[in-house]
Design a binder for this molecule. Structure first.
Ligand code: COA
Length: 256
């Protein structure tokens, strides 16, 4: 049986984390969950200034691969081990030092919804379909992932998603604040690429400091946020930004 592959691709400074197993709407087996953190870290180490997370085809992700649940997630003890792998993946996305964008098409379900929730920005096409159907399967959802969902839609909407396990449209998810931009399918790629390019042009250390500060409101790592902000003031890019302003030209940021 084919397995979902997770691949990191870098195009200049735009990274992409691509989920690929079109036969199963890109459902993620444990091996795929485990490959997300190293792939994200490699993209950042190789110079990505933004990472787009997307499916390889016209769907994002139908969640965890349920066919493994009879073995790998069959009781509380195995579930704890299994969930360590997807919790690690959610954390790698949530704590990624560069901005992340979820490009949402087709199905965005369960663990796929969790991955999107861990991203900084979410862009969807109108036919994207959203659900967190844990209660249809009878399993509990990891608290770390739940925290991302609550942060994205608020506690009441998170409960609505989980209590009903219902399908929600991209328009409804935009009303809940989950989807930032709703874009025609034909324009989705260009829209996401333009968004990524606009982020890449700006000062990477400012983006890191922004993520550290906003992340600190959940993690409580205020000291880390202060250090990230301090790093901007010691950077070449801060000098370049001020020089560009004086000289009335576009700044060229190096990330140093
Ligand atoms: N895990 C494993 N396999 C999955 C899957 C998942 N999360 N989602 C889809 N698939 C597989 C189906 O088993 C099917 O495989 P098969 O062809 O070997 O039978 C194939 O993908 C196509 O799915 P199918 O259900 O036939 O297509 P559909 O268009 O009628 O419905 C979905 C698509 C996504 C709505 C439906 O497959 C579904 O509800 N999937 C489960 C979603 C879910 O509960 N995710 C949360 C997991 S925690």
């Amino acid at each position: 049986m084919s397995q979902t592959e997770v691949t990191g691709q870098l195009d200049q400074t735009t990274g992409r984390l691509v989920l690929s197993n079109p036969q199963k709407y890109n459902a993620l087996p444990q091996s795929a969950w485990l490959s997300i953190r190293p792939a994200m870290e490699k993209l950042v180490a190789d110079g990505a200034r933004v990472i787009i997370i997307c499916g390889s085809d016209s769907h994002f992700c139908a969640g965890a691969d349920i066919s493994e649940f009879d073995t790998l997630r069959k009781n509380a003890a195995t579930a704890r081990v299994y969930e360590a792998s997807n919790v690690e993946a959610f954390a790698a996305v949530r704590n990624c030092p560069v901005p992340t964008i979820a490009k949402l098409q087709g199905y965005c379900l369960g663990g796929g919804f969790g991955l999107a929730a861990a991203c900084d920005l979410r862009v969807a096409e109108p036919n994207a379909k959203f659900a967190v159907p844990a209660a249809k399967l009878g399993l509990g959802y990891p608290v770390d992932a739940m925290a991302d969902i609550v942060a994205a839609v608020g506690a009441q909407n998170a409960k609505r998603l989980l209590f009903t396990a219902a399908r929600f449209s991209a328009e409804q998810m935009q009303e809940m604040g989950f989807v930032m931009d709703l874009v025609d399918a034909a324009a989705l790629d260009d829209h996401v690429e333009a968004l990524a390019a606009s982020i890449c042009q700006l000062a990477p250390l400012t983006h890191r400091a922004t993520k550290a500060s906003i992340g600190a409101m959940k993690s409580g790592d205020w000291e880390g946020a202060k250090l990230a902000s301090d790093a901007t003031f010691a950077s070449q890019d801060y000098a370049e930004g001020r020089a560009a302003f004086r000289e009335k030209r576009a700044a060229k940021f190096s990330g140093h």
